[in-house]
Each structure stands twice: as C-alpha cells, then as structure tokens.
Design a binder for this molecule. Structure first.
Ligand code: PEP
Ligand code: MN
Length: 279
C-alpha cells in the first residue's frame, strides 16, 4: 500500500515542499527543534498559572499553554476565565519570555485572542468548525490545529487547507488521540500519524500525549514514543497541584513530573538528531 492522499488537498500536501518552519520570536517550530508546549489545561488563577509557567520554563519548555476559553463536555463544568485568563497568560509571557498558545473556539473570539496570544489553538471539537478555520486563515499568527476526535488524516488536512487557503501559511498539526473502543485510556494516541504526516505534508507535527492517553503515567512513555517517531513538538499538561485542577487533573503532570519527562525524552531527541525545548 502506498501513501497517497487526495489530489484535492493542495496547500497542505507535501508535494516536494521542504519541512515548514514556524518562527515565533526566537522560538522555532519544526526543523531540528522539538518545541515543548507545556502548562495547565485551564488558566485557573494568576498564582496557579505563574507557578506553572515558571516551573515549566525552568525545565526547558519552549511555549506556555493554558486554556482561557474552554470547550467542556457539560455546561456545568468550569468554562475558563475568558479574557481575564488571556491577560494572565500575557503577563506570564512577560515574566518568562515564553510565547503563549491558547484555544479559540469561535470566529467572534479570534480578535481578542489575537491581542494576547502568540499561537491560536483549535481544539479537537472544532477541527471542522469551518467558519472558525476561515477566520483564522485571515490572521497572520500561527495556528495549532488539533486532530478531531474522529477525524481521518484527510479530513484533518482538509481542515488545515481552509486556514492555508486564507493566506496563513503557519499551520501545525497536533495529534491528540482518536476515539476507539479502548476504555482504560481516554483516547487512543495514533503515533502512526506522525511518520505518516511527515511523508504527506510539510507542516510541523506536534503530539499531545496528555489528552491522547488521559492517564498521567502514560504521558512520558508516549512523549518518548512520539519523539522517536519524528514529532516536531509536544504538548504537555502541567499543573502545580494536579489534584486541585479544575480540568484534566488526572492527565496533568506536576512540575517535577514535567522535569522527569524532559530528562527522559532528551536523549531520545538527541538520538534522532534534535534538540528538546530550550534544554
Ligand atoms: C486542551 O488542550 O486542553 C483541549 C481541550 O484539547 P483537545 O481539544 O485536544 O481536547
Ligand atoms: Mn485539557
């Protein structure tokens, strides 16, 4: 079987293009760098976010993540701090120098998120939110496009095509697990997607083993596997006190846990000729 994607996918297809590198200030995504995006699932308070931001920065993260607009399964769950959360993220960038990646859920939120963030995150529940993708195509800030909960590779590349078609070249793809019959894990992390995407697209490929497994003890092994498979970056949820987290505590690493992940993954990054985060 050969890997052939639909010829209708034009801009997201590799078609002999060199690996695309996204530059955000001094931070590079793609090429010989493995970008490590880390931070809490949700921005919960200034104290929590600052503690997480300084912790991950001390252990070599390259970008700070944190949700201000949260896509929760139930309306009764914590919905995020909204604009207040964005301001806290921007203050953390000021203190640490780390660029900020945060989710945007609706076309109407794009302008305000753009004011504070360096990278837009499109969540798995919005991978096929076409009005949102078209709106992000009009911006000139990078977009981290997560894989939909049940997106095929071509559907996912089709979603990227919407952003690229608007004139925004800086799209990175983030594998975060797909729905299968597995019950012990939250999702099934499709590590095959990494080398597969490296063949069929020039866009950087990030892996999120936190959502991909939903289980803290599986995050580091799957981060290691993803780097070995050729990932250009990792997205890792880190909370100073996971047991108190307002979302995704069960899959969040402590700052110490994140330090161990970096130490374990670093030699694997070296083995494939890459540098991990800013270590
Ligand atoms: C997140 O990054 O916190 C998140 C909600 O991710 P996903 O869209 O992959 O579920
Ligand atoms: Mn989360």
């Amino acid at each position: 079987m050969s890997l052939k994607i639909s010829s209708k996918i034009k801009l997201a297809a590799r078609n002999d293009r060199e690996d695309h590198i996204i530059q955000i200030g001094d931070t590079r995504i793609g090429g010989k760098n493995i970008a490590v995006m880390a931070g809490p699932c949700s921005v919960e308070s200034r104290e929590q976010l600052m503690e997480a931001a300084h912790g991950i920065n001390a252990h070599g993260a390259s970008l700070l993540r944190g949700g201000a607009f949260k896509p929760r399964t139930l309306p009764y769950s914590f919905q995020g701090l909204g604009v207040e959360g964005l301001k806290i993220l921007a203050d953390a960038r000021e203190e640490t120098g780390l660029p900020v990646v945060t989710e945007v859920m609706a076309p109407g939120e794009v302008s305000v998120v753009e004011e504070y963030a360096d990278v837009f995150q499109v969540g798995a529940r919005n991978t096929q939110n076409y009005p949102l993708l078209k709106r992000l195509g009009e911006t000139r800030k990078p977009v981290l496009l997560k894989r939909g909960l049940s997106s095929t590779i071509e559907e996912w590349l089709g979603a990227a095509e919407y952003i690229l078609n608007g004139g925004n070249d800086d799209v990175m793809l983030c594998e975060r697990g797909i729905r299968t019959y597995s019950k012990l894990t939250r999702f099934t992390l499709d590590v095959t997607a990494v080398p597969l995407l490296k063949e069929v697209t020039h866009l950087p490929v990030i892996v999120d083993p936190s959502h991909g497994t939903g289980v803290r003890s599986l995050v580091t092994p799957m981060a290691a596997a993803s780097v070995a498979a050729g990932a250009d970056g990792l997205m890792i949820e880190v909370h100073p006190r996971p047991e108190e987290a307002m979302s995704d505590g069960a899959q969040s690493l402590t700052v110490e846990g994140f330090a161990s992940l970096m130490a374990e993954v670093k030699p694997i990054a070296s083995a494939v000729g890459k540098k991990l985060g800013h270590t």
